[in-house]
Design a protein around this ligand. Sequence first.
Ligand code: IMP
Length: 434
Amino acid sequence: MPATVIVGAQWGDEGKGKIVDLLARHSDVVCRYQGGPNAGHTIIRDGETFALHHIPSGILYPGTTCVIGAGCVVDPRLLVREIDDLEARGVSSRDLKLSGNAHLIMPWHVAIDSATERHLGRLQIGTTRRGIGPAYADKVARIGIRVQDVLDPKILRQKFETALAEKNVILERVHCVEPLELAALAEEMEAYAARLRPYVADTSLLVDRALKEGRRVLLEGAQGTLLDVDHGTYPFVTSSNPVAAAAATGIGIGPTRIDQVIGVAKAYVTRVGEGPFPTEIEGPDQARVRELGAEYGTTTGRERRCGWLDLVGLRFAVRVNGMTSLALTKLDVLSEFEEIPVCVRYRLRDGAETSDFPAHQSDFHSASPVYETLPGWREPLDAVEDIEGLPAPARRYVEFVEREAEVEVNLIGTGAERERVLMPRGLEALAGRA
Ligand code: IMP
């Protein structure tokens, strides 16, 4: 039984949590393959809102194994808080498994993330300040502390002391901020380590076994394609690889085990943080989209920048992820608009137009959108139960996306609740099992 990847097709916040939640019902194992508490997946279940940061959405289904893979970075303090919050609301964390190879976000990573952003001033990336970049930097520099280090208090203490001594020099001398205090932090960390120990597992082996036994495995990406450190809009990106191929390395399975890649895109686009954004809306419609779509960050509460759908970016996401189908979320947010611009090409500095995403950053930074304007539908989608029930212009909007991005749209989001989705070819087609 092959594995299915869910990947963000834009700059994150596409509504992946909702799609994962939908498919998790029919999955045995749900895995996060990269990122950390910079992500925030919101799921509304029976009127109750769950905001998950580390833990895959599958946790809401008893009996579903949830994996935090080797490609992730984990803040012990926040993960323990997340586990406790779920337990307090009657959601068991018994089936949560944490890769020993994932890296830990330490208090100095958070301090350095904030200090670096302050230092960069106008040039800042607009990170979530959760210590993501510094934690991945230490991983690649081979000086990180891993989840498996929580299994041995002596080793953990030793690594903690060594790392903190060096990081305090950086905090004090480079960033001119107060150093962190060893004794209290080390004690706190040891307490978190004890809490996390029971969850540590060989998750690569676990997922491989599940696949061999014919179980359904869902691999859930965080952030989105355009925030990918290799393929996104560098340097305004996150420090990991959200793209679908990274699901294999992030979990520890071979790429041949993956055969479905479901991309998730909003019917418009949002971006949090700095960086170029060709279709960012000018004028009052930006605030209108933000209000209608409740576009505020789950993790930071920041206002999201809002733009019209960018098909150049979407085509790129279809390509780099090898997307086999697309989920188009939040179509209902566009219901208020008389006309809806959709970006079909970029105009570059020399006046040339391209439908391919620019390979060079300077071309992207100066690209202006070439819009085609589609008619709106000006009616709510609340009562729509199937694709035939969609107003004709809304249906045409979806067909336009399919044609232009060359991908089948197998799910359309029409509202925040988990039931508010249309699946033109059914759930099995969405999951690639039709
Ligand atoms: P970092 O991942 O906190 O280092 O932030 C780097 C960039 O990625 C910033 O522009 C963030 O706003 C953005 N980012 C990180 N996580 C998310 C997410 O889950 N949704 C949207 N943007 C994100």
